[in-house]
Design a protein around this ligand. Structure first.
Ligand SMILES: [Fe+2]
Ligand SMILES: [Fe+2]
Length: 203
């Protein structure tokens, strides 16, 4: 069987597609959705920094995540710029219900390797779902400039999603990665089912 990173190159593996009504709601709350998106990019950058600090002895992880920090920060700046261009304000950061629910599924104790696995898979999942949401925006927003804007984000986050899976397979047995990934996908499906459809949030 091929490694999971190979196996999933062309599919996101997510089990519940986003409700099509979401993109319509997002289209009419641009300031809120751009604000939320800006903070998602910021959190992606800071989480990569935390992973580098926590796992400084894992050379590949450090080397691979260092440029992602710059890329995510670049994404943050792109969104910030888009707000400014449209004379919209960067609002307050909200409580991130989706991410908080994912975090409760992470193993807290146990073997350090299992914790690393969960941290990498959490990131892979957030990237995958963001990628799916950006795809929706790139297809469904009324503004053609923004559709293109989100197409570029979608491509970039697809690359990140596979990178986190590849990193997991670097340090942990690929069979174990595959098995745990499946558990994460099942869990995420339940989380998504419970989430209210709101146009002011990326997730
Ligand atoms: Fe990003
Ligand atoms: Fe990303």
């Amino acid at each position: 069987m091929p490694d999971l990173s190979q196996h999933t190159k062309n599919i996101l593996g997510l089990q519940l597609p986003t409700d099509p009504r979401w993109v319509d709601l997002a289209g009419i709350s641009l300031e809120a959705i751009l604000t939320d998106h800006a903070y998602c990019e910021q959190k992606a950058a800071t989480t990569c920094i935390s992973l580098i600090q926590r796992y400084s002895d894992r050379e590949k992880l450090v080397q691979e995540l260092a440029p992602i920090v710059s890329e995510e920060w670049g994404h943050f700046r792109l969104v910030l710029n888009e707000l400014k261009k449209r004379k919209l304000q960067l609002g307050k950061q909200r409580k991130d219900e989706y991410v908080n629910k994912l975090l409760t599924f992470q193993l807290k104790g146990g073997h350090p390797e299992d914790r690393l696995l969960d941290q990498l898979l959490t990131m892979a999942l957030i990237e995958a779902r963001s990628c799916e949401r950006f795809k929706r925006l790139s297809e469904g927003l009324p503004d053609s400039y923004l559709r293109n804007f989100y197409r570029r984000f979608m491509e970039s986050e697809a690359g990140h999603y596979t990178l986190f899976i590849e990193l997991a397979e670097t340090y942990i047995n690929p069979d174990k990665v595959r098995k745990r990934w499946k558990e994460w996908l099942d869990y995420e499906k339940e989380v998504m089912k419970e989430m209210e459809i709101r146009g002011d949030r990326i997730h």
